[in-house]
Design a protein around this ligand. Structure first.
Ligand code: ZN
Length: 170
């Protein structure tokens, strides 16, 4: 079911999500809602959506990057590279945004390689190393699960938050 995406000022987005104990029917229902809600977003399109953004404080997110939506449960980032991603594979500068704050973006730098361990939607344990834009998405979504938003990271890096019109002209 398509859910309402909570806005950046919603206090729920500041809470920590609980780990999923079992990938049961309740978990599958949250996953289905996340997929439905993410795939319908067109203005702007989204590349990731975390359970707290639809009001469920569970460590689950769905990302959509090159193909089918990927489900990530109880993620743990095991290691991060020192270097950061400046450009996407298509050569565009990475501008990070969030469906909870549509039409605003910022040139946020994050480590460009992370090793992450998580459960997939069947409950299997997966460990993988991801790079570039995909690594950026995962770090953004993992932040959501601990109540951190990308605007906090922009402030840490003293980077500007740009509205879509300005971001587009860059
Ligand atoms: Zn977000």
């Amino acid at each position: 079911m398509v859910r309402k995406i909570l806005k950046v000022t919603d206090p729920l987005l500041r809470r920590k999500s609980k780990p999923v104990k079992k990938v049961d029917k309740k978990t599958q229902a949250i996953i289905a809602d996340l997929k439905d809600t993410l795939t319908i977003q067109k203005d702007p399109e989204g590349v990731g959506l975390a359970a707290p953004q639809i009001g469920k404080l569970r460590q689950i997110f769905v990302m959509r990057y090159k193909g089918e939506p990927k489900v990530i449960i109880n993620p743990k980032i095991i290691s991060r590279s020192r270097g950061s991603t400046k450009k996407r594979e298509d050569g565009k500068k990475i501008m990070e945004g969030c469906l909870s704050l549509p039409h605003y973006y910022g040139p946020l730098l994050r480590p460009d390689k992370v090793k992450v361990k998580y459960l997939n939607e069947r409950g299997d344990s997966v460990t993988e190393t991801v790079t570039g834009f995909e690594a950026q998405i995962i770090q953004h979504e993992v932040d959501h699960l601990v109540g951190v938003l990308f605007v906090d990271r922009l402030l840490e890096q003293k980077k500007p938050l740009l509205s879509v019109s300005r971001a587009d002209t860059r």
